[in-house]
Design a protein around this ligand. Structure first.
Ligand SMILES: Cc1cn([C@H]2C[C@H](O)[C@@H](COP(=O)(O)OP(=O)(O)O[C@H]3O[C@H](C)C(=O)[C@H](O)[C@H]3O)O2)c(=O)[nH]c1=O
Length: 174
C-alpha cells in the first residue's frame, strides 16, 4: 500500500502494492500503523457500500457537521467513479479547493477524505459500486452539503451528470 499526499492537506490517494503470483495478487488496503504515520484515521465506526445503476450518477457534495465530522476511505469495488474531495475547512490554506481521482475496481485506488472536507463522486460506468470506511457513526441530523457545480469551487467533472437526487441538486450556492 502506498500513500500519495495531494495538494489538500490530509487528503491522500492510497494505491495498492500488489504481491503477485500465478494465482493473482494480494495487497493491503489499510493498516493502523501506516495510517497513523500519515496522520490518518486508525479507527473506523462504520463501513458502507453505495450501488449506482447508471453512468453519470452524482452523489455529493456531502459533509458532516461538528462534532460528527467523518474521515472516509473510499474505493470503487465495481465499475469506475471520479471521486472528489473538497476542502471546506475554515483555516485550511486550500479552503474551497478540490482534488479528484479516478477510482476503479481495476486500479484498486482509494481516496482518503479527511474530516472537514466534502466528498462526492460521479459514476463513469453503469453498475458502479463504492465502498466506504468511515470514522464516525452515522448522524443524519448533522449531514450537510454544497453544490457539485458551485462556481466558487469549479469542480471539473469528467462527464455529464445524468442522475442526481433533488436534495443534492438543490443545495444553495455558497
Ligand atoms: C450516508 C448514510 C446513509 N444511510 C441511509 C439514509 C438513507 O435512507 C439512505 C441513502 O442515504 P443518502 O441519500 O444520504 O446516501 P448518499 O447520497 O449516498 O450519501 C453519501 O454520499 C456521499 C458521496 C458521501 O460521501 C457520504 O457517504 C454520504 O453522504 O441510506 C445510512 O443508513 N447510513 C449512512 O451512513
Amino acid at each position: 500500500m502506498n500513500l500519495h499526499p495531494t495538494k489538500i492537506p490530509g487528503c491522500v490517494l492510497v494505491t495498492p502494492q500488489w504481491h503477485e503470483d500465478e494465482r493473482g495478487g494480494f495487497s493491503r488496503t489499510w493498516d493502523a500503523e501506516t495510517f497513523a504515520s500519515g496522520g490518518m484515521a486508525t479507527e473506523w465506526a462504520q463501513c458502507s457500500v453505495s450501488r449506482n445503476h447508471a453512468r453519470g450518477t452524482l452523489r455529493g457534495m456531502h459533509f458532516q457537521r461538528a462534532p460528527h465530522e467523518e474521515a472516509k476511505l473510499v474505493r470503487c469495488t465495481r465499475g469506475a467513479v471520479y471521486d472528489v474531495c473538497l476542502d471546506l475547512r475554515e483555516s485550511s490554506p486550500t479552503r474551497h479547493q478540490w482534488v479528484g481521482a479516478e477510482l476503479t475496481a481495476d486500479n484498486g485506488h482509494a481516496l482518503y477524505v479527511p474530516e472537514g472536507c466534502a466528498h462526492g463522486f460521479l459514476t463513469l460506468e453503469d453498475d458502479s459500486e463504492v465502498f466506504y470506511m468511515i470514522s464516525a457513526a452515522y448522524a443524519p441530523h448533522a449531514s450537510g452539503g454544497v453544490r457539485w457545480d458551485d462556481p466558487a469551487f469549479g469542480i471539473e467533472w469528467p462527464g455529464e451528470v445524468r442522475v442526481i437526487k433533488d436534495r443534492d441538486a438543490d443545495y444553495p450556492l455558497i
